[in-house]
Design a protein around this ligand. Structure first.
Ligand code: S3P
Length: 447
């Protein structure tokens, strides 16, 4: 998709009713990508339930099919996959278009590096702006070759190798995508691949590799963080996977319920991996009335049902070390901070500049354009809470970014005047039934 005239705008009007009901958010995006990739790399047949069928995940499915794996949709969220086995993927006959999905592009690059054939990856206008140097630098050490545009942007051609050297790499940025790309390359390399991360990032790759029978060693580092090791080449044994609800999608509903007066909602079966739920912890510190019931483990990942009620939120300081566990939730947390009583400071948000859009700049513009006072100090964003009186009335440019679009829609729901969101099409990449669910709760969006 391009950022063109076919844009679909939304006028998000202030909520007239409280949000009420019981819902389930779609499957976790990170886990959905990995389940398709790993099942396609496994030996045997895997069955997946709860798969997110957003556009991003469907790009991953298309890429794995283009390399010879058999992926069949059985019913909504239910997929059956016959794996090709590590080292047995086929050269794709065409360019792999990853659309808006950075996770597909970066994780697949790891797989492609250690398969000895030629491939080309591209993406939409947003993805073609995002940096690939962070994966090209380490993955080149396998012996694979990468060629791309100025600034190491997509399109990117990869000449992979069947004789990949195992990598050893200390992550210079906290990135689960980079960590995963390296581990995936290591699956078909001969010897021990290791990654050190100074701050822990989401560990779905490690959890799922174990689920597929791979020996993954994780050791804490004396200075903090961890070292992850696998020894290849490995065989993945096909497994069934249950994908939990996406905590990043649940965060939009949580914030909307906390801010719309009188709301009371239960979100069932939400993933609660502690490396993903930093935003829940921070919202609790802000004063959200949130309870978790029915905690359980399914497919190696913790989940539970979240009960949330309208709450009086206070400003908060979010330290930089918390950022990786809530990296995708800052746009919606910024709406909560704008509504809260008191000032909030979000620290160390450098990585937000290289997401689906420059979220650092776009969060600031979204709030300022709707009458909220925001300061920037280096990589920190400081938001002056309005104590429930966000003026609204502005227009938000979402820059092909699904999470900005959903955050802006919630801003409109809780502001005093309607907020115009320039384009809501990209919400389909991660949360295809967002408006249907919000309207089921009573949000009254008219898109
Ligand atoms: C993801 C990792 C994060 C996150 C993205 C999904 C993943 O990106 O922002 O939405 O599935 O590994 P980074 O690795 O760039 O932090």
């Amino acid at each position: 998709m391009t950022n063109s005239s076919s844009a679909q705008p939304l006028i998000a009007k202030p909520a007239k009713h409280p949000l009420k009901g019981r819902i389930k958010v779609p499957g976790d995006k990170s886990i959905s990508h990995r389940s398709l990739m790993f099942a396609a790399l496994a030996t045997g047949e895997s069955h997946i339930t709860g798969l997110l069928e957003g556009e991003d995940v469907l790009q991953t499915a298309a890429a794995m099919r283009a390399m010879g794996a058999d992926l069949q949709k059985i019913s909504e969220g239910e997929w059956h996959i016959k794996g090709k086995g590590i080292g047995h993927l086929q050269e794709p006959t065409d360019i792999l278009n990853m659309g808006n999905s950075g996770t597909s592009a970066r994780l697949l690059s790891g797989i492609l590096a250690s398969h000895g054939f030629f491939s080309v990856i591209t993406g939409d206008d947003s993805l073609r702006k995002r940096p690939m140097a962070r994966i090209i630098k380490p993955l080149s050490e396998t012996g694979a070759q990468f060629f791309c545009r100025e600034g190491q942007r997509l399109p990117m051609a990869i000449m992979g190798t069947d004789r990949a050297k195992p990598l050893g790499y200390r992550l210079p940025v906290a990135s689960a995508q980079v960590k995963s790309a390296i581990l995936l390359a290591g699956l078909n390399a001969c010897g021990t691949t290791w990654v050190e991360e100074p701050i822990a990032t989401r560990d779905h790759t490690e959890n799922m590799l174990r689920h597929f029978g791979v020996d993954v060693e994780v050791k804490p580092l004396p200075e903090g963080g961890k070292r992850i090791e696998i020894t290849g080449p490995v065989t993945l044994q096909a497994k069934d996977i249950i994908v939990p609800g996406d905590p990043s999608s649940a965060a939009f509903i949580l914030v909307a319920c906390a801010l719309v007066s009188g709301s009371e909602v239960c979100i069932e079966a939400v993933g609660l991996n502690p490396l993903r739920t930093g935003s829940f912890d921070m919202l609790q510190k802000m004063g959200i009335d949130l309870k978790i019931e029915n905690r359980r483990i399914e497919g190696g990942e913790p989940l539970g049902d979240i009960l949330v009620k309208a709450s009086h939120l206070k400003g908060i300081e979010i330290p930089a070390h918390v950022a990786p566990s809530m990296i995708d939730e800052f746009p919606v947390l910024s709406v909560a901070a704008a509504y809260a009583d008191g000032t909030s400071r979000f620290c160390g948000l450098e990585e937000l500049r290289v997401k689906e859009s420059d979220r650092f700049t776009n969060i600031v513009e979204m709030l300022r354009g709707n009458g909220v006072s925001v300061q920037v100090e280096q990589d920190d964003i400081i938001i002056t809470g309005t104590n429930g009186l966000i003026p609204g009335g502005g227009k938000v440019s979402t820059h092909m970014d699904h999470r900005l679009a959903m955050s802006a829609s919630i801003l409109g729901l809780v502001a005093q005047k309607s907020v115009t969101v320039d384009d809501i099409r990209f919400i389909k990449t991660s949360f295809p039934n967002y408006f249907a669910l919000m309207n089921q709760l009573g949000a009254g969006f008219n898109q």
